[in-house]
Design a protein around this ligand. Sequence first.
Ligand code: ZN
Length: 241
Amino acid sequence: MNEKLREIIASHKNIVFFGGAGVSTASGIPDFRSANGIYSQGGVIPPEEILSHTFFMERTAEFYKFYREKMLYPSAKPNDCHFALARLESLGRLKAVVTQNIDDLHQKAGSRTVYELHGSVCRNRCMRCGKKYGLDYILQTEGVPRCEKCGGIIKPDVVLYEESLDPDCIRDSCRAIAEAEVLIIGGTSLTVYPAASFINYFSGEKLVLINKTPTQADRIADLVLHEGIAEAMRLEDGEIS
Ligand code: ZN
């Protein structure tokens, strides 16, 4: 781990990590914003439109075609950033992970307190009766997945465009950030809502920014690392106790 980052972590016990797409791209999951859209009669439909509530309701089969091809990476593995955060939590230093990612990799690495602002591909629900389904059901079915019990359409518990974030998740995330001594923001350019606004809740001692390219918050950070999140966060055995 970067020496200055290690010093900050080793001298604090209330750390919160806020992560963006870069945390997942380090595990080989592409940022969906860079994906090609799907072709239709009117031309190419951009991902932002396909991943909207309106599109899901009106063109569910096309939504699921894109979703299964571009949004689901069941064989992706956690990287050194995910594992370091899980370790820091078990050591009692990290209080929470707040993430914009929906891939469940923090939980796979062993993290327990994870606030998923944009939901998770692992949770799916029948829109008619509310029966819950895991990711396996979406992977095993074809076309529009239907409820075994009532035949209703199953919808991923992923926040689509036009939908609002879960208020409980926002409250818990903001509280964790507001109470933190150290906030580490990683793998985000801080241009997408709500990342840019969440930083305003932080009033702790050390703000750390880790991103390959500069962000607008670099000037207010105590430590800025322009490198990959997995390399920057890699924690060797015994490095922090
Ligand atoms: Zn149902």
